[in-house]
Design a protein around this ligand. Structure first.
Ligand code: THU
Length: 149
């Protein structure tokens, strides 16, 4: 099986981790979304004092792309780490302690625009250490636009 090399996409995401605004959870997340036209859209989690307006990194990335007219995507790389750990290495980690994994709401938002059979979700600890899932593997029997349109 040929597996895509996602090391660059992961490196881009790690590079954006320091933009994450997470003063409440201190859990910083960054996502790099690769569009079919080759462009990369970044997102970070942005928390809020009222808690519920918080948005995840993955949705930030998707919404940034869609709001710029881009709706076709290949893959998303996601990285995350705790504030204390990231501050110690100045947000330049060699390896993150765990694989970030997208929440259910973000999986559903990806499902709106991405083909579940081909779109790849990359959960990374470093550019060399990552797991790749098809969207349908992490959101089986999913509900999507074709049910309505
Ligand atoms: N978070 C993400 O950015 N992506 C996910 O898929 C999981 C959770 C953020 C939201 C919140 O700012 C923090 O992580 C803790 O839940």
């Amino acid at each position: 099986m040929i597996m895509n090399d996602y090391s660059d996409l992961i490196r881009f995401a790690i590079d954006k981790l320091h933009f994450s605004y997470a003063p409440y959870s201190r859990y910083h997340v960054a996502a790099a979304l690769l569009a079919k036209d080759g462009r990369v859209f970044y997102g970070v989690n942005i928390e809020n004092a009222a808690f519920s307006p918080t948005i995840c990194a993955e949705r930030t990335a998707v919404f940034k792309a869609v709001s710029e007219g881009v709706r076709e995507f290949e893959a998303i790389a996601i990285v995350a780490g705790e504030g204390e750990y990231l501050e110690k290495c100045d947000f330049r980690p060699d390896t993150l302690p765990s694989y970030a994994t997208p929440c259910g709401t973000c999986r559903q938002v990806m499902r709106e625009f991405c083909d579940p059979k081909t779109f790849e979700v990359v959960l990374a600890r470093s550019p060399e250490d990552y797991k790749v899932y098809k969207l349908e593997q992490i959101l089986p029997d999913s509900f999507g636009p074709e049910f309505l349109i």
